[in-house]
Write a protein that binds this ligand. Structure first.
Ligand SMILES: Cc1cc2nc3c(=O)[nH]c(=O)nc-3n(C[C@H](O)[C@H](O)[C@H](O)COP(=O)(O)O)c2cc1C
Length: 177
């Protein structure tokens, strides 16, 4: 069962949950959940939106470009350490996250990408816009720390790859009960 919500009522919870890790789910070659710590809800061109930032080398990047949609799954309390480890430190190029992290999937209402029952606050999005970061416009101290040019793009944390911002138009939001 799903309880429909006005997602802006949960802006505070989402903002607090983000640095601890929420899930960006995609489904193209296969279903895959990746932990993200950067993102925000907002409004763009008068539409309700969720913005995410994905490095070039992530498996998720190709999935997003192919599928043009994603779902976001947010825990109502603390994140699950196993989910955070498997979905934040391994890569969908190498493993099946559903199997390895024991993810239980919930069919979505509008899009094809499911949500994850363990993280019940679910936001369904269709990609409205995407934009590659311009490294020349990022402050030098942040660039050195966040984009170390001697770290290959395959490393799961900070590496040489810049991010692409994907703006998803929110098409549904609910809590899986
Ligand atoms: C707490 C936390 C937050 C993260 N935030 C992001 C993020 O916002 N963007 C990103 O590209 N990678 C982020 N990562 C790294 C990815 O989750 C990680 O590299 C993952 O293995 C990529 O999966 P994929 O290759 O299957 O897409 C984060 C990892 C953790 C643990």
């Amino acid at each position: 069962m799903k309880e429909k919500i006005n997602v802006t009522d949960y802006a505070n919870l989402i903002t607090k949950a983000l640095p601890k890790g929420i899930l960006l789910n995609t489904s193209a070659d296969k279903f895959n959940s990746m932990v993200i710590g950067w993102g925000h809800i907002g409004t763009l061109w008068g539409r309700p939106t969720f913005h995410v930032y994905v490095r070039q080398g992530r498996f998720t990047k190709g999935q997003l470009d192919k599928a043009g949609e994603f779902s976001i799954s947010i825990p109502l309390e603390n994140p699950d350490p196993t989910i955070n480890k498997i979905c934040g430190w391994e890569t969908g190029f190498n493993i099946d996250r559903v199997k390895e992290a024991g993810l239980e999937l919930e069919e979505s209402e509008i899009i094809k990408t499911p949500g994850v029952k363990q993280y019940p606050l679910t936001i369904e999005c269709k990609v409205l816009y995407s934009q590659d970061q311009d490294l020349s416009k990022i402050p030098v101290d942040i660039k050195e720390k966040t984009y170390p040019q001697d770290v290959p793009g395959t490393y799961p944390m900070a590496n040489r790859d810049f991010h692409t911002m994907y703006v998803g138009e929110i098409v549904d939001a609910y809590i899986i009960k």
